[in-house]
Ligand binder design. Sequence first.
Ligand SMILES: NC(=O)c1ccc[n+]([C@@H]2O[C@H](COP(=O)([O-])OP(=O)(O)OC[C@H]3O[C@@H](n4cnc5c(N)ncnc54)[C@H](OP(=O)(O)O)[C@@H]3O)[C@@H](O)[C@H]2O)c1
Length: 328
Amino acid sequence: MMKAVRYHDYGSPVVLCYEDAPTPEPGPREVRVHVHAAGVNPADRQIRAGLRFRLEKPFAFIPGCEVSGIVEKRGAEVTDLAVGDEVYGMLGKFGGGYAEFVVEAGDKLGRKPASLEHVQAAALPVAALTAWDALFEVGGLAAGQQVLIHAAGGGVGHIAVQLAKWRGAQVIGTASAGNEAFLRELGVDTFINYRTTAFESVAREVDVVIDAIPREADDATDVLARETMARSWAVLKDGGIQVSICANPTPHPDAVARGLRGAYAGAQPDNDVLNRVAELVDEGKLRPDVGTILPLREARRAHELIQTGHTRGKIVLQVSGSRGEASR
Ligand SMILES: NC(=O)c1ccc[n+]([C@@H]2O[C@H](COP(=O)([O-])OP(=O)(O)OC[C@H]3O[C@@H](n4cnc5c(N)ncnc54)[C@H](OP(=O)(O)O)[C@@H]3O)[C@@H](O)[C@H]2O)c1
């Protein structure tokens, strides 16, 4: 048996229980990872609240869709990873990460950036895969272009800022005042406090808009997110694109007439991108910000925090050694 956080019914964070669970066995193409740290994502709480992926009852579900750890056992057909390898990645089944051990297909995991501790590496997979897809695969962002990133201080946003700068783009980022110094340090060229300044009074001739404003935190955030999406068409250049990682942006008729496009982007497990991201980290071009580290047994607190929609960077659960106290 292993220690894990599970829930047996949907509900508020109190359904999260730190308890014993069976240690999973890897299939022929899977590895078992000794989890050192697990990233916390809005999706974890959305699934827990019954808002996404209805699970067939009865269930004992282990949340957590990204981890960093060490390969501890491998299936017979896995050849490119060995026991003892340090890996990080997004979990294809959107669960399993809040546990001492998890199994995952060997070809979905990336090599952990050597320069990061596990608690930092666990903050990267979902944010980096999402930002990469939104900026480059869907948004087509190129050097010299201008990108407006809404919610630039969040888990996905702060990684998107750094990837856009690495690509050679001019970056405009929206956040509240408390995140200004943080975002300027990450390289944001123009900071907009969305609480005091209408972004369209500052941003103009933008090639790509990225919408990373968290949804379902509260009604006010949802309303503002919808309004922000509707207002964002005005700042785009003719032919520009609005990419959302939360909803499907549908351009209104005037926007269509200007050749504007809207698209959804999302994370998929992809070890090629993760290995490229690890190189960028080790070259000093990308760094995750972990705003909060909590021991695994405090997953409830992590869900209360992510639910606010106003945390900076990422929240990470420290798993290995968490039967005692996690360090900060
Ligand atoms: N499609 C996918 O595959 C995918 C993957 C990951 C995440 N997502 C979704 O993307 C969203 C963001 O995820 P995340 O992990 O980055 O969330 P997060 O870390 O919880 O985002 C928090 C950030 O959002 C900012 N924010 C809130 N309202 C804002 C507003 N109106 N304007 C500008 N910034 C605002 C906050 O800034 P202040 O504190 O300064 O207000 C805070 O820094 C979530 O809805 C998540 O479910 C989708």
